[in-house]
Write a protein that binds this ligand. Structure first.
Ligand SMILES: Cc1cc2nc3c(=O)[nH]c(=O)nc-3n(C[C@H](O)[C@H](O)[C@H](O)COP(=O)(O)O)c2cc1C
Length: 151
């Protein structure tokens, strides 16, 4: 276990997310804490739907991108982030938070980045609010840790 944790600490993992109401942030913070990851919160530009972000994803081994579902799609700032950083993700993982129906949002995220995600997850807003995401979160974290251990 010690070796595994040491190994993970040496890896460079980035969690990037946009969140309007806090659900997607909640998941981001828990994922980042578990994986010792850097965090970059995307902000929405005042004009239009452009993403403002701080860190270069290309220097990270694994980038985890989270979005709320907005109108059966990724939020506009995350869509902008993924397409502007297309080709810069060495390994990409995607997750979303949604209330009723995520539709093709995960598929769209991979398309925007032109990268097939190594793992993905969905979290329902109601479950987040009720504190009922431990099972889903743990299996997502297991997948991500396996990706990091495999290299
Ligand atoms: C404008 C808007 C559009 C939304 N569209 C959808 C949708 O198409 N499908 C869905 O399941 N949830 C939809 N939702 C619900 C959000 O995806 C959900 O509440 C999410 O967890 C919010 O994340 P946040 O708290 O990080 O902003 C929508 C919410 C808003 C505000």
């Amino acid at each position: 276990v010690v070796e595994l944790e040491t190994g993970l600490e040496k890896r460079r993992v980035l969690v990037v997310y946009y969140s309007r109401g806090g659900n997607t942030r909640h998941v981001a913070e828990r994922v980042a804490k578990s994986l010792n990851a850097d965090v970059d919160e995307i902000k929405k530009a005042n004009e239009g739907d452009k993403a403002i972000f701080g860190l270069d994803p290309s220097v990270y081994e694994l980038v985890i991108v989270g979005t709320p579902v907005n109108g059966f799609s990724p939020s506009k700032p995350v869509a902008d982030y993924l397409s502007r950083n297309r080709g810069k993700f060495r390994k990409l993982s995607t997750y979303l938070t949604y209330s009723l129906w995520p539709a093709g949002t995960l598929k769209r995220m991979g398309e925007l980045a032109s990268t097939a995600p190594v793992a993905s997850a969905v979290f329902k807003s109601r479950d987040i609010k009720l504190g009922h995401i431990d099972d889903g979160l743990n299996s997502y974290l297991e997948s991500l840790k396996n990706v990091l251990v495999r290299g």
